[in-house]
Design a protein around this ligand. Structure first.
Ligand code: CMP
Length: 423
């Protein structure tokens, strides 16, 4: 997901928050940091002094984070984006007011936000550490593109997730206009119920995360509701996808992301909208290439792609744990996993090795019993995952997938009963 972080810093006062967050993420993901000093052309003279990179670099090194300092100085958002691309950074961290004395969004940050091709984390100077991930959702598939990022960060840092949806019946926006009655309570109640049901559905898909997931339906506009929630939640990072509106749509609907970035005084992680299309395309391709689904028609493959997700794991990650409740089914798309009994005990032994095209995690979904073994990533692993409800629903509608699973299940049974000559 993230291989390298670019931290763009300016003055001494503004760098503490971004550096603390970058260091926490670099440790969680075990990845290096690239430091870039930015001295904007439009900077207020009093803060235009150069920010020496020696001290921040030493601070990161002391935390055992590999760090590289860029020798040239950036002048604007373009330089930040070019440096990120040049150094292969998949995440940019910077203060929202980079180069100014005031609040809101500096021109460097606004320019970076509008044009970035990689996720951008804006961290105000005083932010202490990441303790909660708020995901701003509006019910669209595009907004849900932020979910895998939030999920991975929550898992790596061991912090809870809060799913938030602002609800606002369109009539409410007319309330101040003469002749338009304020909507009856049933409209608001219906909008709230819909928001809560939607959030609960998303939360059930995150059940395998192993971290607490909270749901918050907030009345009013997203910019007000979610910014308020972030302000009440200490150590929160609000994650959201840009909708990439341009032209008339941007003029009419505005950019919620920019409005939120301007009005919040808490950290905000912005996922560019193009990731939505790239991600959806990636899932569809992986589902289409999965041998288990070889007998499905295009329409069925597309339906499955809607509910499937890409999950990535690093070497040693325990993807499922023996004895846990099972909520998710996995297909390995690249890499290798070990299936282990009695992990981390003197009786530990490996029952099997699974590679690209193989599946696991089906047993506890089929018999409702705890996980029969631990599955551990042996190197970098990418999987397609489907939650219990969607997977069982798929098997009920398409028994041909169940039939495709039978040879592997038979092999596993033979191994378990000692009637196998090897897998
Ligand atoms: P589940 O019990 O849900 O979680 C652990 C998974 O390990 C299990 O489903 C199977 O997918 C997988 N598994 C169990 N036994 C074997 C085996 N002998 N060979 C390969 N995979 C196995």
């Amino acid at each position: 997901m993230f291989q390298k972080i670019l931290v763009a810093i300016h003055s001494r006062e503004q760098r503490r928050g971004p550096l603390t967050y970058a260091s926490q993420l670099a440790k969680g993901f075990t990845i290096p940091v690239v430091l870039l000093q930015v001295s904007p052309n439009d900077g207020v003279p009093s803060v235009r002094q150069a920010s020496d990179l020696t001290e921040p670099a030493a601070r990161l090194s002391a935390d055992h984070i590999p760090v590289q300092s860029v020798t040239e100085t950036g002048k604007d958002g373009e330089d930040v984006l070019c440096t990120a691309e040049q150094y292969g950074c998949e995440l940019i961290v910077m203060p929202p007011q980079l180069g100014t004395n005031g609040n809101g969004l500096s021109s460097v940050a606004a320019q970076t936000l509008r044009s970035t091709q990689v996720p951008l984390l804006l961290v105000p100077p005083g932010s202490a550490s990441i303790r909660n991930i708020i995901v701003s959702l509006d019910g669209s598939a595009l907004a849900e593109v932020a979910l895998p990022y939030a999920e991975e960060i929550a898992r790596r840092l061991g912090v809870p997730i809060c799913l938030a949806r602002a609800y606002q019946p369109w009539m409410m926006t007319m309330a101040g206009i003469e002749g338009y009655a304020y909507p009856g309570s049933t409209d608001l109640v219906a909008a709230e119920t819909e928001a809560i049901d939607y959030l609960r559905g998303v939360a059930s898909r995150l059940a395998a995360l192993g971290q607490p997931v909270d749901c918050q339906a907030l009345k009013g506009s997203p910019a007000k509701g979610i910014v308020g929630l972030a302000a009440r939640t200490p150590g929160s990072v609000t994650t959201l996808t840009t909708h990439g509106r341009s032209g008339l749509a941007r003029w009419l609907l505005g950019s919620v992301t920019e409005e939120m970035a301007r009005s919040t005084s808490n950290p905000i992680l912005i996922i560019p909208h193009k990731f939505g299309f790239k991600y959806a395309q990636g899932v569809t391709e992986l589902v289409q290439q999965t041998p288990l689904f070889a007998r499905l028609r295009e329409k069925e493959l597309n339906e499955l792609s809607q509910v499937a997700r890409i999950r990535t794991f690093a070497s040693g990650d325990l993807i499922v744990r023996e004895g846990d409740e099972g909520d998710e089914f996995f297909i390995v798309s690249s890499g290798r996993v070990d299936v282990i009994k009695n992990v981390a005990t003197p009786e530990e032994f490996r029952m099997g090795i699974l590679g690209a095209g193989d599946f696991f995690g089906e047993l506890s979904l089929l018999d409702d019993e705890p996980r029969s073994a631990t599955v551990r990533a042996a190197g970098d692993v990418e999987c397609v995952s489907i939650n219990r409800v969607d997977f069982m629903d798929h098997l009920n509608k398409h028994p041909q997938t169940a039939a495709m699973m039978l040879p592997a299940l038979a092999r596993r049974l033979r191994r378990a009963t000692g009637h196998s000559v090897g897998e």
